[in-house]
Design a protein around this ligand. Structure first.
Ligand code: FCB
Length: 495
């Protein structure tokens, strides 16, 4: 572990918390969650188009067929971002628009992103492009999906194809968003597309998603002649355990291994962690999938790491059932999930901004790479009153988490940006339209957009590069969570 020693230019004044010059503020979305127009211009079906038709897969039977109709309304949506004064916008590219069958390029599909990028740049908004945010072309799923190695090779080809068209204007690229979710939810628990329940397939998928990241990074570097920033976005787990006892530490080790280290270590060039390989050896899935230079490919140099953070999770060794659930990460046995502790978001996720500071510091102790909070936000049941949406809880959540980033900066973490999830309410995967994360409200019947109070607050922060003291007091009593504290739980981990 390296100690965090970097100095930071984040500062505190009676007016508020000032962020370093050039700190990047923005909002994030993903293609399937907002675009709609799923068959226009020859777009092929993705695994999500297929999955949403399975009875019971999505709350309310909702689909992304229309979503926010962003495909048609993107000029207005970009104007809205400009009105909010957002300097950056993280969006994802739908692979099945660019390569409807996963192989053949559609110039009509690519043209949409060409127009979007131009529109962003015309409004002075910096594009941050994510190549894979979960919408695999169905044709590639039919050929084996992420458990099949060829999908990673296809991804490299796709990355190069997109870069050919957008690379003259897009500097910032994310290869893969949250490989953990794609692999484990898509192929392990089956709660996400393609809905497969097979632990071994989930682990092979994880390896091939990482391989796709490495191959995609190489492809982008080979294609780029100018500025290029490449990264990957992880949803690391902030793991909380209640007791400093060997069984609790063992439970945390397993979860940290499968959610954090299995993804971070190989990207940082340290290979897969041996203890995790041992834990999952009985599935005979991951190690047989690794070919000779895969780990070099996965360790392709990158420029930054994106971190998506929503809240911490609590674990314990298997015990009395009660309110407990079973941790269902592939190959994990003997670990329970415990209920979140209040306050909770509307989704039922635990609100704890200290965990974000802890996590950013923990990752900083593993790498000198710059970090970006690539997603952070909260769903609440919003109420519209006339033209306004007074979302006090989301406003507070965002302010507290922005303050958490500032704390991490002041303690030396090299955090370069903060992107709110999400620009607007959208199709929240298995939860359909039941969970609203936007700083802009969307009336899905009329597609009317209304800026929420949280959007006004975030706009002020982005414009001033400062979190005003009126929104979040700088004096917050934060102290780094100790490894395990009987009064407070503890451990965020990553090694
Ligand atoms: C993340 C996803 C994003 C969104 C948020 C709430 O895991 O990357 O698309 O659904 O959760």
């Amino acid at each position: 572990m390296t100690a965090v020693t970097r100095s930071s230019s984040a500062s505190t004044s009676p007016q508020g918390l000032t962020f370093p010059t050039g700190f990047r503020w923005g909002a994030a979305t993903a293609a399937y969650q907002i675009e709609g127009s799923t068959t226009v211009d020859g777009r092929g079906p993705s695994i999500w188009d297929t999955f949403v038709t399975q009875p019971g897969a999505i709350a309310g039977g909702h689909t992304g067929e229309q979503a926010c109709d962003h495909f048609r309304r993107y000029p207005d949506d970009v104007r809205l971002m400009a009105e909010l004064g957002l300097p950056c916008y993280r969006f994802s590219i739908a692979w099945p628009r660019v390569q409807p069958d996963g192989r053949t390029t559609s110039s009509a599909g690519l043209a949409f992103y060409d127009r979007l990028v131009d529109q962003l740049l015309d409004h002075g908004i910096e594009p941050i492009a994510t190549l894979y945010h979960w919408d695999l072309p169905q044709a590639l799923e039919d050929a084996g999906g992420w458990p099949a190695r060829d999908t990673a090779l296809r991804f490299a080809d796709y990355a190069q194809t997109v870069h050919q068209v957008l690379g003259d204007r897009v500097v910032d690229w994310t290869t893969v968003n949250e490989p953990f979710c794609s692999a484990y939810f898509g192929y392990g628990t089956g709660i996400h597309a393609p809905g497969i329940r097979d632990e071994a397939a989930a682990l092979r998928a994880a390896h091939h998603l990482l391989l796709a990241h490495g191959l995609g990074t190489r492809a982008l570097r080979a294609a780029a002649s100018g500025d290029l920033r490449v990264g990957i976005v992880f949803n690391f787990g902030s793991i909380l355990i209640a007791r400093d006892e060997p069984e609790y530490r063992e439970a945390a080790r397993k979860v940290d291994g499968l959610q954090n280290r299995l993804f971070l270590d190989p990207v940082l060039g340290a290979g897969y962690p041996q203890d995790v390989l041992d834990d999952i050896a009985h599935l005979e899935a991951l190690e047989p999938a690794i070919r000779s230079d895969d780990l070099d490919v996965i360790a392709a140099p990158i420029d930054q790491i994106g971190i998506n953070f929503y809240g911490p999770s609590r674990y314990a060794p298997t015990g009395d059932p009660g309110e407990r659930g079973t941790c269902d990460m592939p190959g994990v046995r003997g670990v329970d999930t415990l209920p979140p502790q209040g306050p909770l978001t509307g989704f039922g996720w635990e609100q704890d901004s200290d965990s974000l500071t802890d996590l950013l510091l923990a990752v900083s102790e593993r790498t000198d790479l710059p970090l970006v909070v690539a997603e952070n936000g909260a769903a609440f049941a919003d109420e519209v009153s006339g033209d306004r949406v007074h979302d006090a809880e989301r406003t507070r959540y965002l302010a507290e988490h922005i303050r958490a980033v500032h704390r991490a900066l002041q303690r030396g973490a090299d955090v370069r940006g903060y992107l709110v999830w999400s620009l607007m309410d959208n199709f929240e995967w298995a939860m359909g339209f039941t969970q609203r994360f936007g700083i802009v409200h969307v009336d899905f019947a009329t597609q009317r957009r209304r800026i929420k109070d949280s959007g006004l607050m975030f706009s002020e922060v982005a414009r001033s590069n400062m979190l005003p003291a009126s929104v979040a007091s700088p004096d917050d009593g934060y102290r780094r969570r100790p490894l395990v504290d009987p009064d407070r739980w503890g451990l965020i981990a990553l090694g």
